[in-house]
Design a protein. Structure first.
Length: 616
Protein backbone atom coordinates (compact mmCIF):
# COMPACT_ATOMS: atom_id res chain seq x y z
CA UNK A 1 0.00 0.00 0.00
CA UNK A 2 2.81 2.44 0.79
CA UNK A 3 4.60 1.87 -2.53
CA UNK A 4 2.76 -0.27 -5.11
CA UNK A 5 5.58 0.29 -7.63
CA UNK A 6 8.16 -1.14 -5.23
CA UNK A 7 5.85 -4.07 -4.40
CA UNK A 8 5.58 -4.92 -8.11
CA UNK A 9 9.33 -4.55 -8.52
CA UNK A 10 10.06 -6.88 -5.59
CA UNK A 11 7.64 -9.48 -6.97
CA UNK A 12 9.38 -9.25 -10.33
CA UNK A 13 12.76 -9.87 -8.68
CA UNK A 14 11.46 -12.80 -6.62
CA UNK A 15 9.79 -14.26 -9.70
CA UNK A 16 13.00 -14.03 -11.74
CA UNK A 17 11.55 -11.45 -14.16
CA UNK A 18 13.93 -8.63 -13.18
CA UNK A 19 17.51 -9.78 -12.79
CA UNK A 20 19.59 -6.72 -13.70
CA UNK A 21 21.94 -6.25 -10.73
CA UNK A 22 21.38 -2.50 -10.55
CA UNK A 23 17.59 -2.87 -10.37
CA UNK A 24 17.80 -5.74 -7.85
CA UNK A 25 20.12 -3.70 -5.65
CA UNK A 26 17.79 -0.67 -5.75
CA UNK A 27 14.84 -2.84 -4.78
CA UNK A 28 16.78 -4.43 -1.93
CA UNK A 29 17.89 -1.07 -0.50
CA UNK A 30 14.38 0.38 -0.80
CA UNK A 31 12.94 -2.66 0.98
CA UNK A 32 15.56 -2.32 3.72
CA UNK A 33 14.60 1.33 4.24
CA UNK A 34 10.95 0.32 4.60
CA UNK A 35 11.87 -2.47 7.03
CA UNK A 36 13.80 -0.04 9.24
CA UNK A 37 11.03 2.51 8.98
CA UNK A 38 8.46 -0.07 10.00
CA UNK A 39 10.23 -0.84 13.25
CA UNK A 40 12.05 2.36 14.21
CA UNK A 41 10.27 5.39 12.71
CA UNK A 42 6.96 6.84 13.81
CA UNK A 43 5.95 8.92 10.79
CA UNK A 44 2.39 7.88 9.79
CA UNK A 45 2.53 6.58 6.24
CA UNK A 46 0.29 3.88 4.87
CA UNK A 47 0.00 1.24 7.61
CA UNK A 48 3.55 1.68 8.95
CA UNK A 49 2.47 3.86 11.88
CA UNK A 50 -0.74 5.22 13.33
CA UNK A 51 -2.04 8.04 15.49
CA UNK A 52 -3.93 8.29 18.74
CA UNK A 53 -4.76 10.97 21.28
CA UNK A 54 -2.63 11.39 24.39
CA UNK A 55 -4.28 12.09 27.73
CA UNK A 56 -2.50 14.31 30.23
CA UNK A 57 -2.75 14.09 34.01
CA UNK A 58 -2.40 11.31 36.54
CA UNK A 59 0.05 8.45 36.34
CA UNK A 60 1.63 7.21 33.12
CA UNK A 61 -0.36 4.47 31.39
CA UNK A 62 0.06 2.71 28.05
CA UNK A 63 -2.31 0.18 26.51
CA UNK A 64 -2.38 -1.14 22.94
CA UNK A 65 -5.26 -3.19 21.55
CA UNK A 66 -5.68 -4.80 18.16
CA UNK A 67 -8.77 -2.97 16.85
CA UNK A 68 -6.91 -0.37 14.82
CA UNK A 69 -8.97 1.44 12.16
CA UNK A 70 -7.59 2.18 8.69
CA UNK A 71 -9.26 5.03 6.79
CA UNK A 72 -8.47 4.84 3.08
CA UNK A 73 -8.69 7.48 0.39
CA UNK A 74 -7.77 7.51 -3.31
CA UNK A 75 -4.14 7.94 -4.29
CA UNK A 76 -3.83 11.62 -5.31
CA UNK A 77 -1.77 10.99 -8.46
CA UNK A 78 -4.09 8.26 -9.76
CA UNK A 79 -7.15 10.37 -8.93
CA UNK A 80 -5.69 13.39 -10.72
CA UNK A 81 -5.14 11.29 -13.85
CA UNK A 82 -8.78 10.10 -13.79
CA UNK A 83 -10.14 13.61 -13.35
CA UNK A 84 -7.85 15.06 -16.02
CA UNK A 85 -9.12 12.44 -18.50
CA UNK A 86 -12.74 13.26 -17.62
CA UNK A 87 -12.13 17.02 -17.94
CA UNK A 88 -10.79 16.52 -21.48
CA UNK A 89 -14.17 15.15 -22.63
CA UNK A 90 -16.67 17.94 -23.39
CA UNK A 91 -19.67 15.60 -23.30
CA UNK A 92 -18.80 14.21 -19.87
CA UNK A 93 -18.22 17.75 -18.60
CA UNK A 94 -21.53 19.20 -19.78
CA UNK A 95 -23.18 19.34 -16.34
CA UNK A 96 -19.98 19.92 -14.35
CA UNK A 97 -19.41 23.39 -12.92
CA UNK A 98 -16.16 25.29 -13.45
CA UNK A 99 -14.70 28.56 -12.17
CA UNK A 100 -11.57 30.66 -12.64
CA UNK A 101 -8.61 29.78 -10.45
CA UNK A 102 -8.23 32.54 -7.85
CA UNK A 103 -4.44 32.18 -8.15
CA UNK A 104 -4.54 33.43 -11.76
CA UNK A 105 -3.04 36.88 -12.28
CA UNK A 106 -2.98 39.27 -15.24
CA UNK A 107 0.24 40.95 -16.28
CA UNK A 108 1.42 42.61 -19.51
CA UNK A 109 -1.32 41.15 -21.70
CA UNK A 110 -0.96 37.61 -20.38
CA UNK A 111 -2.58 35.51 -17.68
CA UNK A 112 -0.29 33.53 -15.36
CA UNK A 113 -1.29 30.40 -13.46
CA UNK A 114 0.79 28.33 -11.00
CA UNK A 115 1.70 24.95 -12.46
CA UNK A 116 3.16 21.81 -10.91
CA UNK A 117 5.86 22.63 -8.38
CA UNK A 118 7.36 26.12 -8.49
CA UNK A 119 6.76 26.57 -12.23
CA UNK A 120 4.21 28.85 -13.83
CA UNK A 121 2.12 28.63 -17.00
CA UNK A 122 1.09 31.66 -19.05
CA UNK A 123 -1.37 32.30 -21.85
CA UNK A 124 -1.90 35.29 -24.11
CA UNK A 125 -4.94 37.28 -23.03
CA UNK A 126 -7.06 36.63 -26.13
CA UNK A 127 -10.69 37.76 -26.46
CA UNK A 128 -11.86 34.18 -25.84
CA UNK A 129 -9.83 33.88 -22.62
CA UNK A 130 -11.02 37.30 -21.48
CA UNK A 131 -14.61 36.09 -21.93
CA UNK A 132 -13.87 32.96 -19.88
CA UNK A 133 -12.25 35.03 -17.11
CA UNK A 134 -15.35 37.21 -16.91
CA UNK A 135 -18.03 34.53 -17.30
CA UNK A 136 -16.47 32.04 -14.88
CA UNK A 137 -15.60 34.40 -12.04
CA UNK A 138 -18.27 32.48 -10.12
CA UNK A 139 -19.08 28.80 -10.72
CA UNK A 140 -20.84 28.19 -14.04
CA UNK A 141 -21.90 25.00 -15.82
CA UNK A 142 -19.45 23.87 -18.47
CA UNK A 143 -22.22 23.70 -21.11
CA UNK A 144 -23.34 27.23 -20.28
CA UNK A 145 -19.79 28.53 -20.63
CA UNK A 146 -19.56 26.76 -24.00
CA UNK A 147 -22.78 28.50 -24.97
CA UNK A 148 -21.37 31.92 -24.14
CA UNK A 149 -18.29 31.17 -26.24
CA UNK A 150 -20.52 30.06 -29.13
CA UNK A 151 -22.61 33.24 -28.93
CA UNK A 152 -19.56 35.50 -28.88
CA UNK A 153 -17.54 33.53 -31.45
CA UNK A 154 -20.11 31.91 -33.79
CA UNK A 155 -17.53 30.98 -36.41
CA UNK A 156 -15.83 28.51 -34.06
CA UNK A 157 -16.80 24.84 -33.97
CA UNK A 158 -17.98 22.93 -30.92
CA UNK A 159 -14.78 20.90 -31.11
CA UNK A 160 -12.67 24.07 -30.94
CA UNK A 161 -14.60 25.43 -27.97
CA UNK A 162 -14.33 22.14 -26.10
CA UNK A 163 -10.62 22.01 -26.92
CA UNK A 164 -10.09 25.50 -25.49
CA UNK A 165 -11.88 24.70 -22.24
CA UNK A 166 -10.06 21.36 -21.94
CA UNK A 167 -6.77 23.21 -22.28
CA UNK A 168 -7.76 25.81 -19.68
CA UNK A 169 -8.67 23.01 -17.28
CA UNK A 170 -5.41 21.22 -18.01
CA UNK A 171 -3.26 24.27 -17.22
CA UNK A 172 -5.40 25.05 -14.13
CA UNK A 173 -6.77 28.41 -15.27
CA UNK A 174 -10.16 26.79 -14.75
CA UNK A 175 -10.94 24.58 -11.78
CA UNK A 176 -13.82 22.13 -11.97
CA UNK A 177 -16.15 20.91 -9.24
CA UNK A 178 -14.61 17.46 -9.73
CA UNK A 179 -11.64 18.73 -7.71
CA UNK A 180 -12.92 18.93 -4.16
CA UNK A 181 -11.68 21.82 -2.00
CA UNK A 182 -9.22 20.96 0.76
CA UNK A 183 -11.89 20.99 3.48
CA UNK A 184 -13.39 17.86 1.87
CA UNK A 185 -11.46 15.06 3.56
CA UNK A 186 -12.10 12.44 0.87
CA UNK A 187 -11.66 14.02 -2.58
CA UNK A 188 -13.70 11.21 -4.18
CA UNK A 189 -16.83 12.61 -2.48
CA UNK A 190 -17.02 15.38 -5.10
CA UNK A 191 -17.10 12.97 -8.05
CA UNK A 192 -20.15 11.76 -10.02
CA UNK A 193 -21.01 8.10 -9.29
CA UNK A 194 -19.50 6.80 -12.54
CA UNK A 195 -16.16 8.45 -11.90
CA UNK A 196 -16.20 7.61 -8.20
CA UNK A 197 -16.64 3.94 -9.03
CA UNK A 198 -13.41 4.06 -11.06
CA UNK A 199 -11.31 5.27 -8.12
CA UNK A 200 -9.33 2.87 -5.98
CA UNK A 201 -8.16 3.27 -2.40
CA UNK A 202 -4.44 3.94 -2.39
CA UNK A 203 -3.68 6.01 0.69
CA UNK A 204 -4.41 5.06 4.29
CA UNK A 205 -4.36 6.72 7.69
CA UNK A 206 -4.39 4.49 10.75
CA UNK A 207 -6.22 5.32 13.98
CA UNK A 208 -4.68 3.24 16.72
CA UNK A 209 -6.61 1.26 19.30
CA UNK A 210 -4.50 2.63 22.12
CA UNK A 211 -4.59 4.51 25.40
CA UNK A 212 -1.62 6.69 26.28
CA UNK A 213 -1.68 8.80 29.42
CA UNK A 214 1.22 10.95 30.62
CA UNK A 215 1.73 13.01 33.79
CA UNK A 216 1.57 16.80 33.77
CA UNK A 217 5.35 16.90 34.24
CA UNK A 218 5.77 15.93 30.55
CA UNK A 219 3.58 18.84 29.44
CA UNK A 220 5.48 21.20 31.75
CA UNK A 221 8.76 20.08 30.18
CA UNK A 222 7.31 20.64 26.69
CA UNK A 223 6.20 24.14 27.69
CA UNK A 224 9.67 24.87 29.09
CA UNK A 225 11.41 23.62 25.94
CA UNK A 226 9.09 25.69 23.73
CA UNK A 227 9.73 28.79 25.83
CA UNK A 228 13.51 28.39 25.65
CA UNK A 229 13.40 27.78 21.88
CA UNK A 230 11.31 30.93 21.52
CA UNK A 231 13.87 32.91 23.50
CA UNK A 232 16.65 31.46 21.31
CA UNK A 233 14.87 32.04 18.00
CA UNK A 234 17.10 33.40 15.25
CA UNK A 235 14.41 35.93 14.33
CA UNK A 236 12.70 36.94 17.60
CA UNK A 237 10.80 39.79 15.94
CA UNK A 238 10.13 38.30 12.52
CA UNK A 239 12.40 37.61 9.56
CA UNK A 240 14.38 40.45 7.96
CA UNK A 241 12.49 39.90 4.68
CA UNK A 242 9.13 40.52 6.35
CA UNK A 243 10.46 43.52 8.31
CA UNK A 244 11.75 45.09 5.11
CA UNK A 245 8.43 44.34 3.42
CA UNK A 246 6.55 46.12 6.22
CA UNK A 247 8.86 49.14 5.85
CA UNK A 248 8.29 49.25 2.08
CA UNK A 249 4.53 48.98 2.60
CA UNK A 250 4.59 51.90 5.05
CA UNK A 251 6.77 54.01 2.73
CA UNK A 252 4.46 53.40 -0.24
CA UNK A 253 1.02 53.52 1.36
CA UNK A 254 1.52 55.15 4.77
CA UNK A 255 0.90 53.97 8.33
CA UNK A 256 -2.74 53.01 8.86
CA UNK A 257 -3.43 52.39 5.16
CA UNK A 258 -5.44 49.35 4.03
CA UNK A 259 -4.82 48.21 0.46
CA UNK A 260 -6.51 45.42 -1.56
CA UNK A 261 -4.45 42.23 -1.30
CA UNK A 262 -4.49 41.70 -5.07
CA UNK A 263 -2.97 45.17 -5.58
CA UNK A 264 -0.32 44.77 -2.88
CA UNK A 265 1.07 41.52 -4.33
CA UNK A 266 1.02 42.80 -7.94
CA UNK A 267 4.73 43.19 -8.88
CA UNK A 268 3.97 46.03 -11.35
CA UNK A 269 1.33 48.06 -9.52
CA UNK A 270 2.15 47.17 -5.92
CA UNK A 271 4.96 45.61 -3.89
CA UNK A 272 4.87 42.06 -5.17
CA UNK A 273 5.75 39.37 -2.63
CA UNK A 274 8.46 39.54 0.05
CA UNK A 275 12.02 38.57 -0.82
CA UNK A 276 12.56 34.84 -1.17
CA UNK A 277 8.96 33.91 -1.99
CA UNK A 278 9.82 32.97 -5.57
CA UNK A 279 12.96 31.01 -4.73
CA UNK A 280 13.62 27.44 -3.62
CA UNK A 281 16.24 28.53 -1.09
CA UNK A 282 16.76 31.47 1.22
CA UNK A 283 19.55 33.95 0.58
CA UNK A 284 22.69 33.77 2.78
CA UNK A 285 22.55 35.59 6.11
CA UNK A 286 25.29 37.91 7.38
CA UNK A 287 27.37 36.79 10.36
CA UNK A 288 25.87 37.95 13.67
CA UNK A 289 26.92 38.02 17.32
CA UNK A 290 24.57 35.06 17.84
CA UNK A 291 26.53 33.12 15.21
CA UNK A 292 29.81 33.90 16.98
CA UNK A 293 28.50 32.74 20.35
CA UNK A 294 27.20 29.48 18.86
CA UNK A 295 30.49 28.89 17.04
CA UNK A 296 32.23 29.32 20.40
CA UNK A 297 29.90 26.76 22.05
CA UNK A 298 30.35 24.24 19.23
CA UNK A 299 34.11 24.71 18.99
CA UNK A 300 34.63 24.36 22.74
CA UNK A 301 32.56 21.17 22.83
CA UNK A 302 34.56 19.68 19.96
CA UNK A 303 37.92 20.49 21.57
CA UNK A 304 36.84 19.15 24.96
CA UNK A 305 35.29 16.03 23.45
CA UNK A 306 31.79 16.76 24.74
CA UNK A 307 28.88 15.35 22.76
CA UNK A 308 26.39 17.43 24.77
CA UNK A 309 26.28 20.95 26.25
CA UNK A 310 23.89 21.89 29.07
CA UNK A 311 22.62 25.42 28.53
CA UNK A 312 22.70 27.57 31.64
CA UNK A 313 20.46 30.60 32.09
CA UNK A 314 23.47 32.89 31.70
CA UNK A 315 24.23 31.52 28.21
CA UNK A 316 20.57 31.75 27.19
CA UNK A 317 20.53 35.39 28.29
CA UNK A 318 23.72 36.08 26.30
CA UNK A 319 22.18 34.56 23.17
CA UNK A 320 18.96 36.47 23.80
CA UNK A 321 20.82 39.75 24.11
CA UNK A 322 22.13 39.45 20.54
CA UNK A 323 18.74 40.54 19.16
CA UNK A 324 15.51 42.25 20.11
CA UNK A 325 13.26 40.68 22.78
CA UNK A 326 11.16 37.86 21.40
CA UNK A 327 7.56 38.61 20.45
CA UNK A 328 5.79 35.46 21.64
CA UNK A 329 3.72 33.76 18.91
CA UNK A 330 0.15 33.02 20.08
CA UNK A 331 0.41 29.26 19.49
CA UNK A 332 2.76 26.60 18.14
CA UNK A 333 3.04 22.81 17.98
CA UNK A 334 6.00 20.98 19.46
CA UNK A 335 6.95 17.52 18.19
CA UNK A 336 9.11 15.52 20.58
CA UNK A 337 10.12 12.03 21.66
CA UNK A 338 9.77 11.00 25.28
CA UNK A 339 12.76 8.97 26.43
CA UNK A 340 12.26 6.78 29.50
CA UNK A 341 12.91 3.16 30.36
CA UNK A 342 9.42 2.52 31.79
CA UNK A 343 6.15 4.15 32.80
CA UNK A 344 7.38 4.04 36.39
CA UNK A 345 10.43 6.05 35.33
CA UNK A 346 8.13 8.63 33.69
CA UNK A 347 6.13 8.95 36.90
CA UNK A 348 9.35 9.47 38.86
CA UNK A 349 10.38 12.25 36.49
CA UNK A 350 13.25 10.12 35.20
CA UNK A 351 12.80 11.00 31.52
CA UNK A 352 14.20 13.18 28.74
CA UNK A 353 12.16 15.05 26.15
CA UNK A 354 13.93 15.19 22.80
CA UNK A 355 12.61 17.99 20.58
CA UNK A 356 12.23 16.90 16.97
CA UNK A 357 10.78 20.10 15.54
CA UNK A 358 8.44 22.98 16.25
CA UNK A 359 5.73 23.98 13.79
CA UNK A 360 4.67 27.51 12.87
CA UNK A 361 1.20 27.17 14.46
CA UNK A 362 -1.12 24.79 16.28
CA UNK A 363 -2.76 22.46 13.78
CA UNK A 364 0.19 22.41 11.39
CA UNK A 365 1.18 18.81 12.18
CA UNK A 366 -2.12 17.57 13.59
CA UNK A 367 -4.56 19.08 11.06
CA UNK A 368 -4.31 16.31 8.52
CA UNK A 369 -5.45 13.82 11.19
CA UNK A 370 -8.48 15.77 12.40
CA UNK A 371 -10.74 13.54 10.30
CA UNK A 372 -9.69 10.55 12.42
CA UNK A 373 -10.82 12.32 15.60
CA UNK A 374 -13.92 14.32 14.60
CA UNK A 375 -14.33 16.23 17.87
CA UNK A 376 -10.75 17.42 18.35
CA UNK A 377 -10.61 20.06 15.63
CA UNK A 378 -13.21 22.22 17.36
CA UNK A 379 -10.73 22.98 20.16
CA UNK A 380 -8.67 25.03 17.72
CA UNK A 381 -11.47 27.61 17.43
CA UNK A 382 -10.45 29.00 20.83
CA UNK A 383 -6.79 29.61 19.98
CA UNK A 384 -5.50 33.10 20.78
CA UNK A 385 -4.55 35.57 18.06
CA UNK A 386 -1.61 37.94 17.70
CA UNK A 387 -3.86 40.98 17.66
CA UNK A 388 -6.56 41.07 20.38
CA UNK A 389 -9.98 40.89 18.76
CA UNK A 390 -8.80 39.45 15.46
CA UNK A 391 -10.81 36.53 14.06
CA UNK A 392 -9.18 33.19 13.38
CA UNK A 393 -10.09 31.78 9.94
CA UNK A 394 -9.05 28.55 8.24
CA UNK A 395 -6.87 28.62 5.11
CA UNK A 396 -7.95 26.11 2.47
CA UNK A 397 -5.82 25.42 -0.63
CA UNK A 398 -4.41 22.74 -2.93
CA UNK A 399 -0.65 22.06 -2.76
CA UNK A 400 1.56 22.90 -5.74
CA UNK A 401 2.34 19.20 -6.26
CA UNK A 402 -0.44 16.67 -6.84
CA UNK A 403 1.08 13.87 -4.77
CA UNK A 404 0.91 16.07 -1.64
CA UNK A 405 -2.85 16.64 -1.97
CA UNK A 406 -3.87 14.70 1.14
CA UNK A 407 -1.40 16.67 3.28
CA UNK A 408 -3.51 19.83 2.96
CA UNK A 409 -6.91 18.18 3.46
CA UNK A 410 -8.53 18.87 6.82
CA UNK A 411 -12.19 19.26 7.78
CA UNK A 412 -13.44 22.79 8.36
CA UNK A 413 -13.21 23.50 12.10
CA UNK A 414 -13.50 27.30 12.08
CA UNK A 415 -16.65 29.27 11.16
CA UNK A 416 -14.89 31.16 8.40
CA UNK A 417 -12.30 30.21 5.82
CA UNK A 418 -10.21 31.75 3.08
CA UNK A 419 -10.21 29.64 -0.08
CA UNK A 420 -7.26 29.96 -2.49
CA UNK A 421 -7.00 28.30 -5.91
CA UNK A 422 -9.99 26.00 -5.36
CA UNK A 423 -13.39 25.38 -6.90
CA UNK A 424 -15.79 26.57 -4.26
CA UNK A 425 -19.25 28.13 -4.27
CA UNK A 426 -19.53 31.58 -2.67
CA UNK A 427 -21.27 31.41 0.66
CA UNK A 428 -21.49 32.75 4.16
CA UNK A 429 -18.11 32.57 5.81
CA UNK A 430 -16.21 31.90 2.57
CA UNK A 431 -13.64 34.49 1.51
CA UNK A 432 -11.29 34.57 -1.49
CA UNK A 433 -8.16 36.71 -2.02
CA UNK A 434 -10.11 39.53 -3.67
CA UNK A 435 -12.14 39.92 -0.43
CA UNK A 436 -9.04 40.80 1.60
CA UNK A 437 -6.99 43.89 2.31
CA UNK A 438 -3.52 44.32 3.78
CA UNK A 439 -2.88 47.01 6.38
CA UNK A 440 -0.07 48.27 8.58
CA UNK A 441 -0.15 49.85 12.02
CA UNK A 442 2.96 50.77 13.99
CA UNK A 443 5.12 48.78 11.57
CA UNK A 444 3.04 45.59 11.93
CA UNK A 445 1.29 44.14 8.89
CA UNK A 446 -2.14 42.63 9.19
CA UNK A 447 -4.87 41.06 7.10
CA UNK A 448 -8.50 42.21 7.13
CA UNK A 449 -11.81 41.63 5.38
CA UNK A 450 -12.39 44.48 2.92
CA UNK A 451 -16.15 44.67 3.41
CA UNK A 452 -16.15 44.91 7.22
CA UNK A 453 -12.62 45.89 8.22
CA UNK A 454 -12.52 42.85 10.54
CA UNK A 455 -8.95 41.72 11.13
CA UNK A 456 -8.24 38.11 10.25
CA UNK A 457 -5.50 35.64 11.18
CA UNK A 458 -5.33 32.47 9.13
CA UNK A 459 -4.73 28.94 10.38
CA UNK A 460 -3.23 26.57 7.80
CA UNK A 461 -3.68 22.97 9.03
CA UNK A 462 -0.85 21.45 7.00
CA UNK A 463 2.72 20.42 7.78
CA UNK A 464 4.00 21.47 4.35
CA UNK A 465 7.13 23.59 4.65
CA UNK A 466 6.14 26.93 3.13
CA UNK A 467 9.77 27.89 2.49
CA UNK A 468 9.85 25.07 -0.07
CA UNK A 469 7.62 27.00 -2.47
CA UNK A 470 7.68 24.11 -4.94
CA UNK A 471 4.99 22.58 -2.69
CA UNK A 472 3.04 25.69 -1.72
CA UNK A 473 1.69 28.53 -3.87
CA UNK A 474 3.55 31.71 -2.77
CA UNK A 475 0.24 33.53 -2.11
CA UNK A 476 -0.71 30.80 0.38
CA UNK A 477 2.56 31.30 2.24
CA UNK A 478 1.95 35.07 2.24
CA UNK A 479 -1.51 34.69 3.77
CA UNK A 480 -0.37 32.15 6.37
CA UNK A 481 2.65 34.18 7.50
CA UNK A 482 1.60 37.83 7.34
CA UNK A 483 -0.25 38.08 10.66
CA UNK A 484 2.62 36.40 12.55
CA UNK A 485 5.39 38.06 10.53
CA UNK A 486 6.55 40.21 13.47
CA UNK A 487 6.54 37.40 16.05
CA UNK A 488 9.37 35.01 16.92
CA UNK A 489 9.89 32.41 14.20
CA UNK A 490 10.15 29.24 16.28
CA UNK A 491 11.25 26.04 14.55
CA UNK A 492 13.93 23.47 15.33
CA UNK A 493 17.05 25.01 16.86
CA UNK A 494 18.95 27.07 14.28
CA UNK A 495 22.74 26.87 14.60
CA UNK A 496 23.21 29.65 12.05
CA UNK A 497 26.72 29.87 10.60
CA UNK A 498 27.85 27.00 12.81
CA UNK A 499 25.76 24.58 10.75
CA UNK A 500 28.66 24.14 8.30
CA UNK A 501 30.87 22.61 11.03
CA UNK A 502 31.48 18.86 10.74
CA UNK A 503 30.29 18.35 14.34
CA UNK A 504 27.70 20.10 16.51
CA UNK A 505 26.97 19.06 20.10
CA UNK A 506 23.55 18.40 21.58
CA UNK A 507 22.08 21.33 23.49
CA UNK A 508 20.07 20.48 26.61
CA UNK A 509 18.04 22.44 29.12
CA UNK A 510 16.71 20.77 32.25
CA UNK A 511 15.17 17.49 31.01
CA UNK A 512 14.88 18.61 27.37
CA UNK A 513 17.20 17.88 24.47
CA UNK A 514 16.65 21.01 22.40
CA UNK A 515 18.76 19.70 19.54
CA UNK A 516 20.66 16.41 19.20
CA UNK A 517 24.36 16.02 18.41
CA UNK A 518 25.03 16.12 14.67
CA UNK A 519 27.85 15.11 12.30
CA UNK A 520 28.39 15.64 8.58
CA UNK A 521 30.18 12.92 6.64
CA UNK A 522 31.50 13.87 3.20
CA UNK A 523 31.91 11.53 0.26
CA UNK A 524 35.32 13.05 -0.50
CA UNK A 525 36.62 11.71 2.84
CA UNK A 526 35.73 8.12 1.89
CA UNK A 527 36.75 5.75 -0.93
CA UNK A 528 35.05 6.08 -4.32
CA UNK A 529 32.38 3.88 -5.86
CA UNK A 530 34.90 1.32 -7.09
CA UNK A 531 36.01 0.46 -3.54
CA UNK A 532 34.74 -2.71 -1.85
CA UNK A 533 32.34 -2.44 1.07
CA UNK A 534 35.07 -3.61 3.46
CA UNK A 535 37.45 -0.89 2.29
CA UNK A 536 34.73 1.74 2.43
CA UNK A 537 33.57 0.63 5.89
CA UNK A 538 37.13 0.66 7.21
CA UNK A 539 37.59 4.30 6.18
CA UNK A 540 34.17 5.24 7.55
CA UNK A 541 34.92 3.64 10.93
CA UNK A 542 38.27 5.48 11.04
CA UNK A 543 36.37 8.75 10.44
CA UNK A 544 33.88 7.81 13.15
CA UNK A 545 36.72 7.21 15.61
CA UNK A 546 38.28 10.62 14.89
CA UNK A 547 34.99 12.47 15.32
CA UNK A 548 33.68 10.31 18.18
CA UNK A 549 30.61 9.25 16.19
CA UNK A 550 28.47 6.57 17.88
CA UNK A 551 27.56 3.36 16.05
CA UNK A 552 23.83 4.04 16.31
CA UNK A 553 22.83 7.18 14.41
CA UNK A 554 19.92 8.75 12.58
CA UNK A 555 20.48 9.47 8.89
CA UNK A 556 18.73 12.73 8.05
CA UNK A 557 16.93 12.77 4.70
CA UNK A 558 15.22 16.16 4.45
CA UNK A 559 13.00 16.26 7.56
CA UNK A 560 12.97 12.47 8.06
CA UNK A 561 15.45 10.50 10.14
CA UNK A 562 16.34 6.89 9.30
CA UNK A 563 17.85 4.90 12.23
CA UNK A 564 21.07 3.12 11.26
CA UNK A 565 23.43 0.80 13.11
CA UNK A 566 26.80 1.33 11.44
CA UNK A 567 28.01 -2.12 12.55
CA UNK A 568 25.56 -3.69 10.07
CA UNK A 569 26.58 -4.18 6.42
CA UNK A 570 23.10 -3.39 5.09
CA UNK A 571 22.99 -0.15 7.09
CA UNK A 572 26.44 0.79 5.78
CA UNK A 573 25.11 0.16 2.28
CA UNK A 574 22.17 2.51 2.94
CA UNK A 575 24.50 5.27 4.12
CA UNK A 576 26.78 4.75 1.13
CA UNK A 577 23.82 4.86 -1.26
CA UNK A 578 22.65 8.11 0.37
CA UNK A 579 26.08 9.67 -0.11
CA UNK A 580 26.26 8.49 -3.72
CA UNK A 581 22.84 10.02 -4.44
CA UNK A 582 23.57 13.31 -2.68
CA UNK A 583 24.14 16.26 -4.99
CA UNK A 584 26.36 17.87 -2.34
CA UNK A 585 28.24 14.68 -1.45
CA UNK A 586 27.27 15.14 2.21
CA UNK A 587 25.22 12.99 4.59
CA UNK A 588 23.94 14.34 7.91
CA UNK A 589 23.96 12.04 10.94
CA UNK A 590 22.31 12.67 14.31
CA UNK A 591 22.91 10.95 17.61
CA UNK A 592 20.32 8.17 18.05
CA UNK A 593 18.24 7.81 21.24
CA UNK A 594 19.44 5.28 23.85
CA UNK A 595 18.38 1.65 23.24
CA UNK A 596 15.83 1.77 26.08
CA UNK A 597 14.42 5.20 25.17
CA UNK A 598 11.06 3.73 24.08
CA UNK A 599 10.76 1.36 27.03
CA UNK A 600 7.85 3.32 28.53
CA UNK A 601 5.73 2.63 25.42
CA UNK A 602 6.64 -1.03 24.97
CA UNK A 603 9.58 -0.40 22.67
CA UNK A 604 7.47 1.35 20.02
CA UNK A 605 8.92 4.22 18.05
CA UNK A 606 6.81 7.32 18.67
CA UNK A 607 6.47 11.07 18.36
CA UNK A 608 4.38 13.30 20.60
CA UNK A 609 2.81 16.35 18.96
CA UNK A 610 1.75 18.87 21.59
CA UNK A 611 -0.20 22.04 20.65
CA UNK A 612 0.76 24.92 22.93
CA UNK A 613 -0.65 28.43 23.30
CA UNK A 614 1.07 31.40 24.86
CA UNK A 615 0.20 32.28 28.43
CA UNK A 616 0.89 35.96 27.80
Amino acid sequence: MASPDLARHVQAVLGGRSMKPRRVRRAALATARYAIRYTRRSTPFGLFAGVTLVELGGGAEVRFGDQHQAVTRPDPVALDALITEWEADGQLMADVEVCVNTLARLQNGRVYIPSEGASEFSLALTPAIMLVLDAARSPIRYSELCGKLAAEFPSTSGHQRAGLLAELLRVRLLRSSLRAPATVVNPADALPPTLRAATRAGAADLRLDATVRLPEAVLTEAETAATVLTRLATHPGGTPAWRRYADRFTDLYGDGAEVPLTLVIDPDKGLGLPEGFGQLAESPRPMTLRDRLLLEIAGTAAVEGNRSVALAEEMIERLEATGQPAVIPPHIELCAQLQAASTQAVDRGDFRLRVVTVSRAAGSMTGRFWHLFPHTGAAYASLPTVEPGAELAQLSFHPARVHADLLTRAPQVLPRLVSVGEFRHPGKGVLVPSDLVVGVRDGRLYLAEAATGKRLELLAPTALNFVWNNYTPPLVRFLAEISRAHTAQVTWFDWGAAWILPFLPALTYRRSILTAARWMVRARDLPGRAASLDEWASRLHAWMSRFRVPERVLLAEDDQHLPLDLREDMHLDLLRARLDASRTGVAVLHDAPPPDADGWIGGRAHSLVIPLKARS
